[in-house]
Design a protein around this ligand. Structure first.
Ligand SMILES: NC(=O)c1ccc[n+]([C@@H]2O[C@H](COP(=O)([O-])OP(=O)(O)OC[C@H]3O[C@@H](n4cnc5c(N)ncnc54)[C@H](O)[C@@H]3O)[C@@H](O)[C@H]2O)c1
Length: 403
């Protein structure tokens, strides 16, 4: 009989949405057995769970977990601290699903990959945007093979907000959201392109642009660039261009993949559909128009796809839970394994160094290769200060200096 995934949730803000999704699954398949958040008021969520216990200290949470057969940890803690807690959890014998950046330094990428290989634990990234219904429809079309050779792909993740929203999301002075350079939140724009075209980044160069509007709130958010865009040579020969998290005056995120026979895209202006284009002379048999707007036929994808429609982030959160079940219980490795995770983190990290140095080109390390790991095992440059405001070695915005 298959084992039950007994999961501990670390971080109960974003973590809360996954607590609800996991609670909706069959408890003999997956259930929450412990929740940890240093803010005790965040632990109210435990009351609604059958047998879960709350903790404010990670080590106590892990110790308790060992005593009750907790076999996986979901990391929804601070963005820049995922690698260190992933390593602790794997060393304790547990599998890990991590919110969507693997590591905030190249040293962290190396430590993480070595830990996965040393412990043999399962590790995946909870990067959910590739599994939004429309992005999955783009992938379905792309997998049909009618777009020809991929030439380029574009991704844009936009998360602007009012001053009040930004204050709520940045609860204290040294919170990661106030110090994160624009390239760092790269997975939502880059991940879908990697997934759709089954590709990995080889080189990155990047540029950031400063925002006069954000400069007005520099007192509580020193990362006052509005946008960064990275440009990558991918291992399938395609060029990919994508943002980190942008704060521009735009009301949607968008994705586009262009081949030499056709192109496909989705964004706010495509009205909940995927726009598909072929030239007259490249139209596949049976396609009568150059332009068509394709509505995903979710019912045809089965019962699970219908369930995903009510989940957060265009259904993406639901598929992360399904990936966890497939991986932790049934051993099916998801697309976003540790190597894809650190490749995205390294693109974000080196993309920032490129922004600080007029678009300098950086090679993305191959973290499967021990020679590359050796080169970066001590590279701990970071823009993130500790809770006392100490330890940051890179500026958070292009206005503060150069690499
Ligand atoms: N994939 C998505 O769509 C999505 C959406 C929102 C957030 N996120 C990610 O989720 C993560 C968390 O973000 P958030 O929005 O919840 O905000 P956040 O980072 O402010 O919240 C993290 C929570 O973890 C707790 N925590 C952090 N360190 C701890 C420690 N050492 N011990 C105990 N508790 C600790 C905090 O008290 C807080 O409640 C980030 O990595 C973020 O990027 C992803």
């Amino acid at each position: 009989m298959s084992k039950t995934i007994r999961i501990g949730m670390f971080g109960a803000w974003r973590g809360n949405s996954y607590i609800d999704l996991i609670a909706a699954e069959d408890p003999t398949v997956i259930k929450i057995v412990a929740v940890c958040d240093k803010h005790a008021n965040m632990l109210d969520c435990v009351k609604g769970l059958e047998e879960a216990k709350g903790f404010t200290d990670f080590d106590e949470f892990l110790e308790y977990g060992k005593s009750v057969g907790m076999n996986a940890v979901f990391l929804a803690n601070y963005f820049h601290q995922h690698a260190e807690f992933a390593i602790k959890a794997m060393e304790a014998g547990m599998d890990v699903v991590s919110e969507c950046t693997s590591a905030a330094t190249l040293k962290g990428c190396v430590d993480l990959v070595r830990c996965v290989e040393r412990t043999g634990r399962k590790y995946m990234i909870a990067e959910n945007y590739p599994f939004m219904t429309l992005n999955m429809e783009m992938k379905r079309i792309i997998d049909g093979g009618t777009l020809g050779t991929f030439l380029y792909a574009e991704g844009e993740y936009n998360h602007s907000g009012t001053l009040d929203t930004l204050r709520t999301l940045t609860p204290y002075k040294y919170h990661w959201r106030a110090w994160m350079p624009r390239t760092y939140y790269v997975t939502h724009a880059m991940g879908p392109l990697m997934y759709m075209t089954n590709s990995m980044p080889k080189y990155v160069s990047a540029r950031a642009a400063h925002s006069g509007l954000l400069e007005e709130i520099r007192d509580f958010r020193p990362n006052d660039d509005g946008m960064a865009r990275m440009f990558c040579e991918m291992d399938n020969g395609m060029a990919a261009s994508f943002t980190g998290c942008t704060a521009q005056a735009s009301d949607y995120s968008r994705y586009r993949v262009v081949g030499d026979k056709g192109s496909v895209e989705q964004a706010g202006y495509t009205n909940g559909k995927v726009r598909l284009y072929y030239e007259d002379y490249t139209r596949p048999e049976g396609v009568s128009e150059n332009v068509s707007y394709v509505e995903p036929d979710v019912a045809a994808w089965g019962e699970k796809a219908e369930k995903a429609l009510s989940a957060g982030h265009g259904g993406g959160d639901y598929w992360i839970v399904q990936n966890m079940i497939d991986y932790f219980r049934d051993g099916i490795t998801p697309f976003f394994d540790v190597y894809k995770g650190v490749a995205m983190s390294a693109t974000a990290i080196l993309g920032w160094r490129s922004c600080l140095n007029h678009g300098e080109n950086f090679r993305i390390p191959d973290f499967r290769d021990e020679n590359d790991r050796k080169m970066y095992e001590n590279d701990d440059l970071t823009p993130f200060p500790d809770d006392n405001g100490e330890g940051a070695t890179l500026p958070p915005s292009t206005m503060y200096g150069k690499y």
